[in-house]
Design a protein around this ligand. Structure first.
Ligand code: ADP
Length: 254
């Protein structure tokens, strides 16, 4: 493996074009270490679930991936671009859906997306085509003219997903995006994002809900800042369920 190499030489080729890789990432809040030497890679066309109980370090990891926080300890590459050295290039390839909704409730679905497209410098005509395509992918085309305030929670989340894809990123980060949704809406969002991954997108999906993970998904189990498992869900939970495996892993001292 590459572990003996100095950081600048490590796993350069491990990031598939359009993928995401994290190498030896650590972060502390004062004396509290929230992430401790975390390394993994997410591949295009794969739904990668990041499963961890509360306090595992998922939000901290997402804050680092989105450059809300920075750290000198470790490296993040997005679609081949180093996040610390080429942040604009790296972030241009990333779509993000945060835990907390960030839509403007008083604007229509379309206006929310066109505002976002304008922020990304996408010219009007190209923006209109991308917005149409993005809403179509999420089954939201017929609701384009509705005010977000009038949508149910599931449709609001789908609008956020559509918005996150307007600039055609190759990597989609979802930070517990089903929080607060009813079971049917949750299932629909999980299905949609699996379809997006099947279409070639690199998806990293943070959750503490094991029923959002399918056997064929890639699975990362994070606990107390450390990555405990990295493989397909079927491999990791061999002979058991994802739920039982997760409980066993995270009940034990890290
Ligand atoms: P998760 O998102 O998986 O629940 P977090 O990334 O929020 O985990 O938290 C990881 C660890 O860092 C926890 O021990 C948490 O208490 C701690 N932590 C998170 N945010 C802060 C903060 N702002 N100050 C101090 N400690 C924090």
């Amino acid at each position: 493996m590459t572990d003996g190499l100095p950081p600048e030489l490590r796993r350069e080729s491990d990031t598939a074009p359009g993928g995401l890789s994290v190498e030896d990432l650590s972060f502390s809040y004062g004396a509290r270490q929230a992430l401790d030497g975390v390394s993994f890679a997410c591949r295009p066309g794969r739904f990668t679930a990041l499963l961890g109980p509360n306090g595992a370090g998922k939000s901290t990891l997402f804050a680092l991936l989105t450059r809300l926080f920075t750290t000198p300890h470790g490296r993040i590459r997005i679609a081949g671009a180093d996040l610390a050295r080429s942040p604009r290039k790296a972030l241009a390839n990333m779509g993000i859906v945060f835990q907390q909704p960030t839509l403007d409730l008083d604007l229509t679905v379309r206006r929310n997306l066109s505002y976002f497209a304008a922020l990304h410098g996408i010219p009007g005509r190209a923006a209109a085509a991308r917005i149409d395509a993005s809403l179509e992918r999420l089954g939201m085309a017929e609701r384009a003219g509705e005010r977000v305030r009038d949508l149910n929670g599931g449709h609001r989340r789908r609008t956020e997903l559509a918005r996150a894809l307007v600039h055609s990123p190759s990597v989609l980060l979802c930070d517990e995006p089903t929080v607060g949704l009813d079971a049917a809406s949750r299932q629909a969002i999980v299905d949609h994002v699996h379809e997006l991954a099947a279409g070639g997108l690199t998806v990293l999906w943070a959750t503490h809900l094991t029923d959002e993970v399918r056997a064929e998904d890639d699975l990362l189990v994070l606990h107390r800042g450390r990555l405990l498992r990295d493989g397909t869900a079927a491999e990791i939970s061999a002979g058991s369920t994802v739920s039982e495996t997760f409980l066993d892993l995270t009940r034990a001292p890290a």
